[in-house]
Design a protein around this ligand. Structure first.
Ligand code: 3PG
Length: 213
């Protein structure tokens, strides 16, 4: 799959809802009800980070939830790309980008949202054909003002900022012309997941899904 084709697909993922939940799953048994709760609230694109032993099983479980689209985050290596694909991930996300990682995603046909933190990194990805990128770690590298500044010289790049974003700051990003959606973990707080408070998570998701952009 070409980078341009991937960017079209990741743009469609980002347009599903204003927020992509970033999920660190400790117990695969929570994956399905968590995905159902988020989708019920209107957040239909979900990112499961490959940071826990339960992640791949969680992706397999979430891939079966109707109306949802599950992706794999924290993709660092070609092996991660292949494992994510095999588990049923529909897209991938990385905090950065390496040639090995992008080569693997293109070969496997896994649409990937690669990460950039500077104009040079964003330009390198654009050179390769990736016009839709993650901006990470957004809150620590200047937040919404930094992205607004990038929009002036690089208006053709669209971003999903992630990292340190919450319900209070998400609107600052979502009003920018170069932001498609934001990513964040605030819609699935660990204590609520551990307690099985799925109704509470659906309420958080609905509030996030209602954010204007
Ligand atoms: C991450 O890498 O964990 C994501 O960027 C989410 O960050 P957050 O927990 O600050 O929302």
């Amino acid at each position: 799959m070409t980078p341009a084709e991937m960017s079209a697909l990741t743009e469609a993922v980002c347009r599903r809802a204003p927020v992509i939940p970033v999920l660190v799953i400790e117990d695969a048994a929570t994956a399905r009800p968590l995905a159902e709760a988020l989708v019920a609230g209107g957040l239909t694109a979900l990112e499961v980070t490959l940071r826990t032993p339960a992640a791949l099983e969680a992706i397999r479980a979430m891939a079966e939830v109707a109306g949802g689209m599950v992706g794999a985050g924290t993709l660092l290596t070609p092996e991660d790309v292949r494992a994510a694909r095999a588990a049923g991930a529909g897209f991938g996300v990385s905090p950065g980008a390496t040639d090995r990682l992008l080569d693997a995603a293109e070969a496997e046909g896994l649409p990937i949202l690669p990460g950039a933190a500077t104009a040079t990194e964003a330009m390198a990805l654009l050179d390769r054909g990736y016009s839709v990128q993650k901006f990470f770690p957004a809150g620590s590298i200047g937040g919404a003002p930094a992205l607004a500044a990038l929009a002036a010289p690089l208006p053709q790049i669209r971003f999903c900022p992630t990292g340190g974003i919450g319900a209070e700051t998400a609107p600052d990003y979502l009003r920018l012309p170069n932001v498609l959606c934001v990513g964040g973990s605030w819609v699935a707080p660990k204590p609520m997941v551990a307690a099985g408070d799925w109704a509470g998570i659906t309420r958080l998701a609905a509030a996030a899904a209602g954010l204007p952009r």
